[in-house]
Design a protein around this ligand. Sequence first.
Ligand code: GDP
Ligand code: MG
Length: 730
Amino acid sequence: MSKNNIAQNITIALAGNPNSGKTTIFNSITGTRQKVGNWPGVTVAKKEGTIERRGHSIKLVDLPGTYSLTPFSIEEIVARDYIITQAPDIVISIIDSSNLERSLYLATQIRELECKVLFALNMADLAETRGIKIDAEKMSELLDVPIVFTVGNKGKGIEDLLNAAIDLAISNDTEPGIRNVKYTKDIEDSIASLKTALAETTETNLPISDRWVAIKLLEDDSDVKEKIITAKGGNPDKVLEEAAKLRQFIKNRYDEDPQIVMTDERYGFIAGIVKEVMTSTTKQRIDFSRNIDLVLTNRFWGFPIFIFFIWAMFQLTFTLGEIPMGWLESLVSWVSFVFETILPDGLLKELIVDGAIAGVGSIIVFLPNILILFFCIALFEDTGYMARAAFLMDRIMHLIGLHGKSFIPMLMGFGCSVPAIMAARSLESEKDRILTILITPFMSCSARLPVYIVLAGTFFASKAGSVIFGIYLFGIILSILFGRLFRTVLLPGEDAPFVMELPPYRVPMAKSLMIHMWDRSKMFLKKMGKIILIGSIIVWGLSAFPRHIEYSTDYDAKIAQINTDFDEKIKTSDDKEFITLKNEMLNRIIEIDKLKSAEKAEKSYMGRLGKFIEPVFEPIGIDWRGSVALLTGFFAKEIVISTMGVLYAVEENDEPDALKHALKESNMTPLSAMAMMVFVLLYVPCLATVGTIMKEASVKWAIFSAVFTTLTAWGAAFVVFQGGRLFGLG
Ligand code: GDP
Ligand code: MG
């Protein structure tokens, strides 16, 4: 039996800003059948009228005009109380189309009440003469709300509005407002824990959603607090206590009252909607944020500016980071020297100096670079630019069939894939989420940066910054191509619509920048303490064993020979010759020593492993040392560099650029370095990332991700290396 045929009593409340045309629409619908009185207890005029339509008896109520639902004025209290306590079947939110942003502020608050809402875009005529176009279809889709255009004073659209209201009232659509304002994680978490507290401790008789009550408690809404206290049963004190605690937490985090933080976010949400659905041909009054947005999200300039910012970020990371990197390098050599001196010769000393200190030391020197990178990302987030970047990327993301919002996890991927993949949770559609998770690892994470810094720094010297930028760009382009491919082949479907929030631009607070930067860098340091330390020791172990190696030549005898040879000469030399001879002797011994270390590395377990897998990497220009390094990179990409340090027998810890020198002398060329960087960019994300994909998606997707990234990496590196050789670059 369809509900549609049953006659119902439907109550419709009209809400809106003063002068939005509520009374005009009310009059137009009810005609003469209206009662005029006062709202109980206050001298605010109340108009009510009842009509018959489609067999239903429809009661209309004209609510007082308000700009928000914060209970500051009598009108606001009356309007809000009516919706909360009388629970009308439908609230028609009358929107002044010529003043969209201001009207939406109230309208989104009404939607937060989670009652059935319908938007009337009134003053459609005024909007038109002012050159404002509103894409109602898109807005309806974004907010999941039915929308009707009306011109109240001409009676246009009123019938449609009434019909839409009746349809909505008799529909079984009981889940309004899933696409509503989403607050930042801290606030959403607070809302969630308050909701739990509410469910556990009170039996409120408020016919409104717990979410709304939780939001209001966080805003310290005295009226809602009062209602909690007077509600029957339960333990309201506990809820209020919890709310006070959470408010304090938010206050500490943001240095602002929760109301202000949440209001800002609502405005961000609204700015996002307005930006997406409204086009204006005439100049309007423009505020500060919109002024900046005219430039930064400009159709022509926005994108180049965005690219410039990202480029500048990498320049900064690379050039500025070099200075403290030098200091850290000296510190590491000093620590290494100290242990070298105080420890007795033997396995333990090797383990500590060549394993732990060399491994962790070769990575920790990149801490400044990583701090700068995270600082820049925090800066983008806190100024509000990150949201614009997502907005700019929206058009490109649509090429993949994703919304610009997917770009935020991808941007975070520049820091670390693990939180980035977790950030994809914010996407509503499962397919969007998987697709985002699959392409996020192509966003070059900060762990790969050390590899680029060493390789680009060695082989591309002054152009290193631009080369690294190019690598990052290549990752982005590939992610787009693969996104498109996966969208078509693996995960066909439409992207779910949602509102991109455009928070106002803000001068970032130093404290919050530091917290954001530190929160993420901490992850880097933790990784250093665990995975990298263990990985380095394993790598060292593989290279230090077996202890006894059959050398092809007796290096020690050769060295002894040199010693005796020179001893003869030195004895008969004069003072001047003495120094030259001594130097020559030393150089020859070092030469032999290097050959010995090289053979030792080659014959170690590590070397055998490298030789074994070398054929796989040969076509992409990587020798056995690089091959093992890449293999160990699966623990964590940072280890690639420390493994190379071990394999190139960089033992002179007192020389910071030792690895660079060794690489220059090796048979690596700029072309093979480029191929290696491309491979590092693309191949299997580290252990932690694969684990995260397993948790966030499934084992199947984790395996898929590991396999397809590695195959892609090999293919791309092959093209770079062999292609480069064809053009005579190698
Ligand atoms: P209320 O304060 O929300 O009740 O607004 P009113 O219904 O009193 O309307 C305010 C003014 O706007 C009146 O002069 C109406 O004639 C005018 N008005 C209402 N709807 C429209 C419309 O769609 N277009 C135009 N141009 N004027 C309208
Ligand atoms: Mg009125």
